[in-house]
Ligand binder design. Sequence first.
Ligand code: 5AD
Ligand code: SF4
Length: 464
Amino acid sequence: MTRKLFIKTFGCQMNVYDSDRMADVLAPLDFTPVQTPEDADLVILNTCHIREKAAEKVYSDLGRLRAKQDERRLAGKGEMMIAVAGCVAQAEGREILRRAPYVNFVFGPQTYHRLPDLVREADLAGADKQSLNRVETDFPAEAKFDFLPEVSPSGPSAFLAVQEGCDKFCSFCVVPYTRGSEFSRPTADVIKEARILVAQGTREITLLGQNVNAYHGADGKGREWGLGRLIMGLAEIENLDRIRYTTSHPGDMDDALFAAHGEVPQLMPFLHLPVQSGSDRVLAAMNRRYTVDEYLRIVERLRKMRPDIVLASDFIVGYPGETQADFAATLKLVETVGYAQAYSFKYSARPGTPAAEMPDQVDGAIADARLAELQTMLNNQQTTFNRETVGRVLPVLFDRPGRHEGQIGGRSPFMQAVHVEADESLIGQIADVDIEICRAYSLAGRLIDGDESGAQNGIRRVCA
Ligand code: 5AD
Ligand code: SF4
């Protein structure tokens, strides 16, 4: 009998990828994904532990699910299984079962290939959680990727995990603890998965990793490929029109990767390269291992290789010991670089990380004020950049229906959301759009007739 599977994904794109793979793993057990938890036979919360707020959301969601689980049992509709996956599962393990004993099982990001076994055991245990009580959060010796089935169709734009984990140990970050040490998938596996996706209609692939430019995959001939070489290899796949990667560390930008930005037209002119702070003192305390000057030289080199490239970044304000002068240095860096997009966060002390133990934690209200100031500046930069694209013709990869009837949506090379009035048959294709309107979070324009891929590699300015 077909059962309904609802997965709620929190956090980063890697979790989005993992959730899709969980659905792939469960498909042979006759689970079909559904869009709401109502009537679901299995609900998986794929969680994020990066900041306290994200982690706490899980418990409020669990409370609501418990009510649904009870209702369903009382109505005689059988068991709704609840599972917690992802980074909170990894970090808190058994503590989740203690706080929420109605959870059926808990599993970390490295063990979801064992999901079928967990589900079978939960089936056998039924409502008797105590006889199950399973927590799968080890970092198993077997490589998860070797046990996953072939990817299912992912649409015009797909994620492909090439690297996982992180050895950088930035002092604020839980990732090295929740995702484990760095692991790169062999190049042949990555290229095979990319070919399958493209054969299924994918036109854009975003290579994913917690620290994706630290990629060093075995090529099967005793050598390793870095990310730059991998991108050059992927660029040979016919009909793979766009390649992106995220998220990267400035310290891992090597010559081959710079070269890829210059030589591979499919590599899109948008790079998320988190800097975190514009103060050398704070960067050192964060264990980021680069200075502001080194970061600026990387940006300069990228722009030399690919003059139309735009940058995105992450920022943390209120890091322990951050002074007003340190914060002013961050604002100055933002002004110097000019970002097309950015995410900024108030520092959140995470258990087990070195920064959480530091004595001079910044007052919450001061951090709030700094965050507001930084966000205003970043929002202004984003709006300025978006306005500058009005009047240009941009190639847009359409990947979804729009919010209104007769409208479709897609992305520009610079990751901007773009809407046009057009037939849904264009979804999955790249077409030139004359950008006419800049809205708060998206652009709107008009389709230009003619050759579908004409502006893919050269952006024309149609008016001043
Ligand atoms: N507090 C606030 N922000 C954090 N990030 C990571 N750890 C923390 C933390 N403890 C931010 C960083 C990172 C992004 C994914 O989340 O900016 O790049
Ligand atoms: Fe976390 Fe990124 Fe630093 Fe790794 S490089 S520890 S994932 S912030």
